[in-house]
Design a protein around this ligand. Structure first.
Ligand SMILES: C[S@@+](CC[C@H](N)C(=O)[O-])C[C@H]1O[C@@H](n2cnc3c(N)ncnc32)[C@H](O)[C@@H]1O
Length: 384
């Protein structure tokens, strides 16, 4: 492991003279963490300090965390000893390759020596243009399309949302009008963003609706839609569970408690092609959940019980979706630094409803383990 020590000195030095561009850990060991793919590290500036941002890439999701230099080097050491054989270190003038199988470092000249970007928001072309009218109307940009102070994170989140959805969105089909609904759309940030991306970038014909119980928000969203000349985009005051109609794409972010289940039910029953929701609080299961004796240690802590209820609730939700023929994925939507409510359930209708009971049996086992009598979503689906 001599070479690992040496490469850490190279990294330390390149951080010292601000020449570090990127690190990449690859070549999984047999002892590697399950479903891990690779780790990419790059320096970023948060306020006035430099941190190392680790993007831990798994087969189904990425997790991003920022560390101070010393913590980062410790973590890199640990990851290289347990998970990976190869590490590439890209600096302004050189590219180093560490091969722990051979305990060898090779280096070559960096032909593409652009200075490192320390921007927290990766310097890249965003999917949505800050110049789009709706960003200005929603108070995120100036009239000229410049981001307003304090709105950078919101702009980033909105773009990140569309970026995550991009690989799951259906392709445009001639003469097909996609029915899209955002349930519990609030101020409509994501509704406008998805509408803009679907129509202006992907060239889909869409009939899109934002639904929320708050009338004043729906009125102001309708005004923005009209002023932006967004044909086919309208907003409606109403309750999620009262909404009816055919759906192709359904999104719902941070709709409280069982409102997320109402959304899933609407999507499942209308066989929506794509359902995307970001659960908010999880009161229904939390109230009835009784921890099994073997996990009694967890019941000493309210916050852990709450987390456990979230895990049980979202697991039941994905199992229900699986049963109804949806391929599901859970990803982190926004960095946990901003909000702990950062999971996104993405469900694509791929299969017919399951004929065996494997998903329902898993739900039964989960419920019996955690003393949950019935999950809200099951009750409704059973009555349909
Ligand atoms: C936390 S906000 C999220 C807004 C938006 N989805 C976003 O992520 O920016 C939740 C919104 O859901 C709406 N909402 C919650 N339960 C609802 C229900 N049962 N029917 C309609 N709207 C609901 C609230 O009025 C609120 O505007």
């Amino acid at each position: 492991m001599k070479q690992l020590i040496k490469i850490k000195e190279v990294i330390g030095g390149s951080l010292g003279n601000s020449s570090l561009i990127k690190l990449r850990m690859t070549g999984l060991r047999s002892t590697a963490e399950e479903k891990l793919k690779e780790i990419i590290v790059r320096p970023i500036k948060i306020k006035k300090s430099v941190r190392l941002q680790f993007t831990i890439r798994y087969q189904t999701n990425d997790i991003t965390k920022n560390y101070k230099k010393e913590e980062a080097l410790e973590l890199l050491d640990e990851r290289m000893q347990n998970d990976f054989y190869f590490l590439s270190v890209v600096t302004l003038d050189k590219v180093y390759q560490l091969d722990l199988k051979k305990d060898r470092i090779t280096s070559s000249k960096n032909q593409n020596n652009k200075p490192p970007s320390l921007s927290h928001n990766k310097e890249k072309v965003t999917l949505l243009s800050a110049k789009s009218t709706f960003f200005h109307k929603l108070g995120i940009t100036s009239k000229a399309g410049h981001l307003l102070k304090g709105k950078e994170a919101k702009f980033r989140q909105i773009n990140k949302f569309v970026e995550i959805l991009k690989p799951h969105l259906p392709i445009a089909i001639k003469n097909k009008t996609y029915k899209v609904v955002d349930m519990g759309c609030g101020k409509g940030y994501l509704t406008f963003a998805l509408y803009d991306y679907l129509t202006n970038t992907l060239k889909h014909q869409v009939e899109m609706k934002g639904v929320d119980q708050r009338e004043e928000l729906m009125n102001s969203c309708n005004l923005i839609s009209q002023e932006s000349n967004y044909k086919g985009l309208s907003f409606e005051q109403g309750k999620i569970n009262a909404h009816s109609g055919q759906l192709d794409i359904l999104i719902a972010l941070h709709a409280c408690d069982t409102a997320t289940d109402d959304v899933l039910i609407k999507g499942i029953l209308s066989e929506a092609q794509l359902i995307v929701c970001s659960p908010c609080c999880h009161k229904q299961v939390r109230k009835s959940m009784k921890m099994p004796t073997s996990l009694s240690g967890i019941s000493n802590y309210g916050i852990l019980l709450e987390r456990q209820a979230e895990i049980v609730t979202d697991s039941i939700r994905t199992l229900i979706l699986n049963h109804y023929g949806y391929k599901t994925k859970i990803v982190e939507f926004i960095s946990g630094e901003h909000t702990p409510k950062n999971l996104l359930i993405i469900a694509e209708k791929k299969y017919p409803i399951s004929v065996d009971n494997k998903y329902l049996n898993s739900i039964r086992e989960l419920k019996s383990t955690f003393g949950v009598k019935e999950h809200y979503i099951e009750g409704i689906l059973n009555n349909e």
